[in-house]
Ligand binder design. Structure first.
Ligand code: PFF
Length: 465
């Protein structure tokens, strides 16, 4: 296979690790995980999500990194060249294209939520969190989401931040920034968990997250007491496993293409997955005790984090500073993720020589910004039923389409490609695992378990199984 000349390579394994962790850890962990856990009813959802991370997420991440590093190219060309090398159709490049499309959809609503975090940095600075309770905190958040102007302003600022970094190339300074900020985010989260232990209903929050009661999550009961099974939480848990690990759309694949040869793919993957899961669980442990202590609804929806945590910031000593720092770090976490969402598309457009990185990021960012306007208006002007499809706002539809359809579908094709198109020997060489038995296990999972699991969840969701 020909090695393509690519624009970038990480300076070390550590640089790859930091960038990939920066991609994985983001709004998905701190904003989305707690809120969908609350919507789907707690512990059983968390368990299914953890099983998806272990059984599908980790093997698929290894497959993505190996594909990227083997091809040393953007996802579209990576699929094309490796399919060709195996004597198969170049149409496999379509999987990469679908990933670029998924990234564009994700970026559109991701930027809106990151905009909330940006706005909250300034709310914290101005002392707006002082003495908040459940009701006033809800009102503060409602005032933000109720204002199209404010949402569009912060959405625009965040999109510009993303475009500015992607235009210059992923390595420009971001590595160092992330090195510094990720540990700080962990420390702050630990502090918040400590606060939740002291001031919140910690035991209740803990049980909510970890007590497994399948009937509460998978049974939908009407007023007459009759219950039916619902498969939606299963699809949501699997979709979120893809979303939180940045899988199924080529983001980790393109980062893998910049990875040095000598780094271990399996070792890196496990560490990234552990770090990502830890952050999500810590966010849950910080948030749910506060939710219960302040009479909030766990299933309140996308505002959960933005309503619950400011109450804590407003009450704890030094809370103003902690609040500013927290939302600032959340913005950085979102930033290092949104950059990776854009990277596959920008790498593809620029490596083929059609466009410069700057132009490519401006165009992709601009299109995502346009679609993001719809996501922002979903909370105010377009929140009514007239603007909904299948009972979902545009914001919810974008999230559903990307996370629960496109990413798992991309993941399915990745497992089929690595399991059935790429020769076993090729993957074995690239992974270079010490234990042949572990490699065998991974290969079995990629060939049979993961694709079957994804297909089953899909069939389940549309009511076939
Ligand atoms: N993993 C990111 C998060 O949890 O916030 C979101 C994300 C990044 C999704 C990159 C997909 C992606 F390609």
């Amino acid at each position: 296979m020909t090695e393509r000349v690519i624009h970038n390579q990480w300076s070390s394994r550590l640089a790859f690790m930091l960038a990939a962790t920066g991609s994985a850890v983001g709004l998905g962990n701190i904003w989305k995980f707690p809120y969908i856990t609350g919507e789907y009813g707690g512990g059983a959802f968390v368990l299914v999500y953890l099983v998806c991370i272990a059984l599908i997420g980790i093997p698929v991440m290894m497959a993505e990194i190996l594909l990227g590093r083997r091809a040393r190219a953007n996802p579209i060309d990576a699929f094309r060249s490796q399919a060709e090398a195996e004597g198969r159709s170049r149409a496999w490049g379509g999987v990469g294209l679908m990933g670029v499309f998924a990234g564009f959809v994700i970026l559109s609503f991701y930027s809106v939520v990151a905009g909330w975090a940006l706005a909250y940095v300034f709310e914290a600075l101005s002392g707006a969190f002082d003495g908040l309770d459940g009701e006033t905190s809800g009102a503060l958040f409602g005032a933000l989401t109720g204002s199209p102007q404010r949402l569009l302003f912060w959405h625009t600022v965040f999109m510009l931040l993303t475009v500015a970094v992607v235009a210059r190339g992923v390595r420009s300074g971001l590595e160092r920034l992330v090195t510094l900020l990720m540990p700080l985010l962990l420390v702050l989260l630990a502090l918040l968990v400590g606060y939740a232990m002291a001031a919140g209903e910690f035991a209740r929050g803990f049980h909510y997250l970890f007590d497994v009661d399948f009937s509460r999550v998978f049974l939908q009961c009407g007023d007459d007491g009759a219950c039916t099974f619902t498969a939606e939480p299963l699809l949501a848990a699997m979709g979120h496993a893809f979303f939180t690990l940045s899988l199924g759309m080529g983001a980790i694949m393109v980062y893998g293409s910049y990875m040095p040869r000598e780094a271990s793919i399996a070792g890196s993957t496990v560490m990234i997955a552990i770090a990502d899961t830890l952050v999500a669980l810590m966010a849950g442990l910080a948030i749910f005790p506060l939710v219960f202590a302040n009479g909030l609804e766990p299933g309140a929806g996308p505002g959960l984090v933005f309503v619950s945590l400011p109450i804590a910031f407003g009450a704890m000593p030094g809370g103003q500073l902690v609040g500013v720092l927290f939302f600032l770090l959340l913005v950085f976490a979102a930033w290092s993720s949104s950059i990776s969402v854009m990277e596959p598309g920008v790498a593809w457009l620029s490596e083929n020589g059609h466009l410069s990185r700057g132009r490519a990021s401006l165009i992709l960012g601009g299109l995502a910004w346009l679609l993001g306007i719809g996501a922002a208006l979903s909370f105010n002007l377009w929140s009514g039923e007239d603007y909904q499809l299948f009972g979902k706002t545009l914001f919810d539809l974008e999230d559903f389409l990307a996370s629960n359809v496109l990413l798992p579908l991309g993941g399915l094709f990745i497992t089929l490609f690595v399991g059935w198109v790429v020769r076993r020997r090729g993957s074995e060489d690239e992974l270079a695992m010490h234990s042949p038995r572990l490699f065998g296990l991974w290969y079995f999972v990629i060939r049979y378990v993961a694709p079957a699991g994804i297909v089953l969840v899909f069939l389940n969701a549309i009511g076939v199984v």
